[in-house]
Design a protein around this ligand. Structure first.
Ligand code: PMV
Length: 337
């Protein structure tokens, strides 16, 4: 993969149980609070990087959305990739310009962590290009330097915690448990596959202006402990309620920020109502929502089919993506073309 002037990596999205919401140090992408997530296996970004030999000027950034054609990347993503390339190039002492080609197999910018997977894939592909082997910890730091903090978590597989970190060098995620320890599923009820109106970056900036921001931070030490213990004990009964409270609180903070940010749509509430109905029918399924309208349904293997049948039949649900906990990013031979 290295030495051929081209390297490719595949990295999964992740879904946070305890959310990262609010950036303490935007320059270094350090959060106000620790977050905990599950790395997925099906929703992935694949990224190929090569040096534009003999070229001068800008990095070229191409993107292929799910079901679409390869084209120049949308401006926001292209700017993020160039920013990330500057950090990676400095780290490796390897000058550009580069050509980066990213493909996603799931809807982009709709609260399914496409920036986490995209930037974790870019970081790993870059290490392949320059022929440097890195530990998961180093990869996590490199992914975080993209500016998408959740990418620090997509650098690892399984169940992952990203501590708040006291300084730049401490900003890496660690594994809490391997994927094989607990087979949790994430069924993503897609109610709107379009790009969200406000980026998570905008949300992070606005978060401290919410009168509830501080109140949520005060609840977190206890929530974090419950989630760590629930993962260790493989207890969905303990994990689920906290995951759902966290999702509601993230959006409560977003909706009460100045200016307010609404990611939810009427269809989001319809899915949440159906989740409560499923639970009253004895099916253990719990909802969480990132910075978008789509709802992630967390459950164990016996509940997957009943949940898919009920949620997939809702008129508000355009598509149900079936995902589950996964092993994390890897270098691959097949380039994006
Ligand atoms: O990493 P960012 O800047 O894309 O922010 C991610 C924010 C959430 O997805 C809403 C929460 C999280 O921890 O993944």
């Amino acid at each position: 993969m290295s030495g051929m002037g081209r390297a490719t990596a595949e990295a999964p999205a992740n879904i946070a149980f305890i959310k990262y919401w609010g950036t303490r140090d935007p320059e270094a992408t350090l959060p106000y609070n620790p977050s905990i997530s599950m790395t997925l296996s099906e929703c992935v970004s694949r990224c190929t990087i090569e040096r534009r030999e003999g070229a001068v000027g800008e990095d070229e950034v191409l993107f292929r959305p799910r079901g679409g054609d390869l084209a120049p990347a949308p401006a926001g993503f292209a700017a993020g990739v160039r920013h990330h390339l500057a950090a990676l190039s400095k780290w490796a002492g390897a000058p550009g310009p580069f050509r980066v080609t990213t493909a996603n197999n799931f809807p982009t910018g709709a609260g399914i962590a496409s920036s986490a997977s995209g930037f974790a894939a870019l970081a790993l592909a870059f290490t392949g290009l320059v022929g440097r082997q890195v530990s998961p910890r180093e990869l996590s730091v490199l992914a975080r330097r993209s500016g998408s903090g959740s990418a620090a978590r997509s650098a690892l597989g399984g169940y992952v915690e990203w501590p708040a970190g006291d300084d730049e060098g401490e900003g890496y995620a660690v594994e809490l448990a391997a994927a094989e320890r607990w087979e949790l599923h994430d069924l993503v009820a897609v109610v709107d596959a379009g790009r969200k109106g406000v980026s998570s970056r905008g949300g992070h900036e606005a978060a401290p202006s919410s009168p509830y921001f501080q109140a949520r931070l005060e609840l977190l030490p206890e929530r974090l402990e419950i989630v760590r213990e629930a993962i260790a004990a493989r207890s969905l009964a303990d994990l689920g309620p906290v995951v759902e409270e966290e999702a509601i609180d993230l959006h409560l903070v977003a909706m009460s920020s100045r200016p307010p940010i609404f990611y939810w749509q009427p269809a989001t509430l319809a899915v949440l109502a159906a989740v409560r109905e499923l639970r009253s029918d004895g099916i253990s399924v719990w909802a969480t929502i990132d910075a978008g309208p789509n709802v992630h349904l967390i459950c164990e293997p016996p509940s997957v089919e009943p949940v898919a049948a009920r949620i997939g039949a809702l008129p508000e649900v355009q598509e149900l993506i079936r995902d589950r906990v996964g092993a994390g990013p890897r270098l691959v031979e097949e380039h994006v073309s």
